[in-house]
Write a protein that binds this ligand. Structure first.
Ligand code: ATP
Ligand code: FE2
Length: 336
C-alpha cells in the first residue's frame, strides 16, 4: 500500500510517499525563506501553491511510482497558518478525487511523533517537539497523544530565528546560533522561565537582544541562549518522563537537529536510565513523509474521511485525535 502525504502548515511545503513498512520512498520539499521579517501567511500559501504540483511529480518520480499506484492521499489538516493549510487541503482533495482514492487529514504534531516511532527504535516515547511555531512535550496516554507541557508564548525555534534576524544574522536562526555557540565561552545570565510543565521564551529573547545592544559578543549570547533554553526544555521533558513513567525520549521538529540539544537531552535520559532517539534531519523538520506515514496508519486502522470533513483546523490540538491505530505500548512498525 502506498500513501502520498502533503505537508504545508507553515514555511515548508512537502510531498512524501511511504509504503506500509514505513519505508520512505520519497520526501521532497521546498521552504520559503523570507528575506526580511517573519513569515507572511498569504505569501507562504502562494509559495506552496506554486510548488505543490511540481513537488507531487518529483516525489512520484523519486519513489519510482505512477500517480495511479497511490492508494491513499493524506494532508496536514492543522495546526498551522490558515492560507497555507487551505492551499494544501485543496491540492489533496483534487488529487484524491482525480485518483479516486481515500483522503485523510492528519494532525501535524502527531505526525512528527509517528514518523519518529517508525524510523527509530523507540516504541512508546515522550516526544519533545521543538520547531519554529511549536514547542510541546507529548506522550501517549489512554488512547490519545496528550500534551504534558508546552510553550506559553513563542516556539523555541521562533525565538532563535528572531534573535538571529534582529541581530542581522539571517534566517533560519537555529543553525546560525548553533555554529556561533560553539565559539561562545561565557554563560551570561538569562531568564530561565519554567512554569510548572510549561516554558516561555519571549523574556529570554528580550534579554538576549538587550545583551546584544550592550555590545556582548554574538558567540557568548548564542551559547547562553542555547544553554538556557535547552536546559528549560530538558527540565520539563524529564518531569514528564517521570510523571508518565516513560523510558524513551524522541526528538522532533527543526530544532531537534541541534547537536547541543541532542547532547543535553541524551545526558538527561542517560542519567535516569532512559534512551533518546532522533530521526534523520529531513524527517525532523516539517515534511510530507511524516504526513504520508500517519495517514497510512490512520487509513489502515479504518479511519475514513468524507471530503466535507476535510476542512482545515488552524488550532487542531494534538489531544483531539483519537489514536485508533495504537494500543498501549504497541510498536509502530510491523514486527517481522
Ligand atoms: P512548525 O510548523 O512545526 O512549527 P516550522 O515551520 O518551524 O515548523 P521546522 O522545519 O520544523 O519548521 O523547524 C524550523 C525551525 O528549526 C526554525 O526555527 C529553525 O531555526 C530551527 N532549526 C533548524 N536547524 C536548527 C539547528 N541546527 N539548531 C536549532 N534550531 C534549528
Ligand atoms: Fe512541525
Amino acid at each position: 500500500m502506498l500513501c502520498l502525504g502533503i505537508e504545508g502548515t507553515a514555511h515548508t511545503v512537502g510531498v512524501g510517499v511511504v509504503n506500509e513498512s514505513a519505508k520512505v520512498l520519497a520526501n521532497a520539499y521546498e521552504m520559503i525563506r523570507p528575506e526580511k521579517g517573519g513569515i507572511h501567511p498569504r505569501e507562504a500559501a502562494n509559495h506552496h501553491a506554486e510548488h505543490i504540483v511540481p513537488l507531487i511529480r518529483k516525489a512520484l518520480d523519486i519513489a519510482g511510482v505512477r500517480a495511479h499506484d497511490i492508494d491513499v492521499v493524506a494532508f496536514s489538516q492543522g495546526p498551522g497558518l490558515g492560507p497555507c493549510l487551505r492551499t494544501v487541503a485543496t491540492a489533496a482533495r483534487a488529487l484524491s478525487l482525480t485518483l479516486d482514492v481515500p483522503i485523510v487529514g492528519v494532525n501535524h504534531c502527531v505526525a512528527h511523533l509517528e514518523i519518529g516511532r517508525a524510523v527509530t527504535e523507540c516504541v512508546d516515547p515522550i516526544l519533545l517537539y521543538v520547531s519554529g511555531g511549536n514547542t510541546q512535550v507529548i506522550a501517549f496516554s489512554r488512547g490519545r497523544y496528550r500534551v504534558f507541557g508546552e510553550t506559553l508564548d513563542i516556539g523555541v525555534g521562533n525565538m532563535l530565528d528572531k534573535f538571529a534576524r534582529e541581530t542581522g544574522h539571517g534566517f533560519p536562526g537555529g543553525p546560525i546560533l548553533e555554529r556561533a555557540a560553539k565559539e561562545g565561552k561565557i554563560l551570561l545570565p538569562l531568564p530561565y522561565s519554567v512554569k510548572g510543565m510549561d516554558v516561555a521564551f519571549s523574556g529570554l529573547l528580550t534579554a538576549a537582544l538587550a545583551l546584544h545592544k550592550k555590545g556582548e559578543s554574538f558567540e557568548n549570547i548564542a551559547f547562553s541562549v542555547q544553554e538556557t533554553a535547552f536546559a528549560m526544555l530538558c527540565e520539563v521533558t524529564e518531569r514528564a518522563m517521570a510523571h508518565v513513567e516513560k523510558d524513551e525520549v524522541l526528538l522532533g521538529g527543526g530544532v531537534a537537529r541541534n547537536r547541543r540539544l541532542q547532547e543535553m537531552v541524551d545526558t538527561m535520559a542517560h542519567d535516569r536510565g532512559a534512551r533518546m532517539f532522533v530521526p534523520p534531519g529531513d524527517l525532523c523538520i516539517d515534511n510530507g513523509a511524516m504526513i504520508a506515514w500517519t495517514g497510512l496508519l490512520m487509513h489502515t486502522a479504518g479511519v475514513r474521511v468524507a471530503i466535507e470533513d476535510t476542512v482545515v483546523d488552524q488550532r487542531f490540538r494534538t489531544d483531539e485525535v483519537d489514536v485508533v491505530w495504537r494500543s498501549e505500548k504497541k510498536a509502530a512498525r510491523p514486527v517481522t
